[in-house]
Design a protein around this ligand. Structure first.
Ligand code: AMP
Length: 191
């Protein structure tokens, strides 16, 4: 049996998804598809898409589903995802999760694991504030935006988990500890 490498990395902002995703993508030898990174790239290069999404991103809001879904659909249509993929930051709403199901079904690709990195609200706030000073990320700098991103996660993103739980594909990971600790826990999913 081929290794199960069709993966969604899930978790609140500040859970360490991005850091873990880079490692996991290298470990699994699959493309790391980060919608956050894709949007930041477009914003930085002032592309038409970047101009469209800048405002949402700066306010801690989700970019509208149609825009996000179109971008991911295009990416998942590329041949390199047939040997596995690591989605980081997508899906983040129920419509996105439903659309992902349709895209994958249409390509004959199953979703093997939803890796859910769990961290408390208090820990998230502390980490995001720290990350702002280290990386200078605009959306990490302002406490109002941080709170908005946490609310957005709770209201729009977290419900995706209840659609995945009945399928038996959610792997809950304790997100506390060092980067190595957390990565060790994630690796066990693939052992
Ligand atoms: P991230 O780096 O994953 O935290 O993403 C940064 C920002 O990009 C988010 O706060 C959203 O504004 C936007 N974004 C990233 N992924 C998505 C998504 N799946 N749906 C809507 N907006 C997204």
């Amino acid at each position: 049996m081929s290794m199960q490498k069709n993966v969604v990395l899930f978790g609140p902002p500040g859970a360490g998804k991005g850091t873990q995703a880079v490692r996991l993508g290298t470990f699994l030898k699959v493309p790391h598809i980060s919608t956050g990174n894709m949007f930041r790239h477009h914003i930085k290069n002032q592309t038409p898409l970047g101009k469209k999404v800048k405002e949402y991103s700066e306010k801690g809001l989700l970019v509208p589903d149609d825009v996000t879904i179109a971008m991911v659909k295009e990416r998942l249509g590329q041949p390199d995802v047939r040997n596995g993929f690591l989605l980081d930051g997508f899906p983040r709403s129920i419509p996105q999760a439903e659309e992902l199901d349709r895209i994958l079904a249409g390509s004959g690709l199953p979703l093997h694991h939803v890796i859910n990195i769990q961290v408390s609200d208090a820990e998230i706030r502390g980490r995001l504030a720290k990350r702002a000073t280290l990386e200078g990320r605009q959306d990490d700098a302002d406490p109002t935006v941080i709170q908005k991103r946490i609310d957005t996660y709770k209201n729009q993103s977290e419900p995706c988990l209840s659609t995945y739980r009945p399928k038996g594909i959610v792997r809950d990971i304790n997100g506390l500890g060092s980067i190595e600790d957390v990565f060790g826990r994630i690796q066990k999913v693939f052992a």
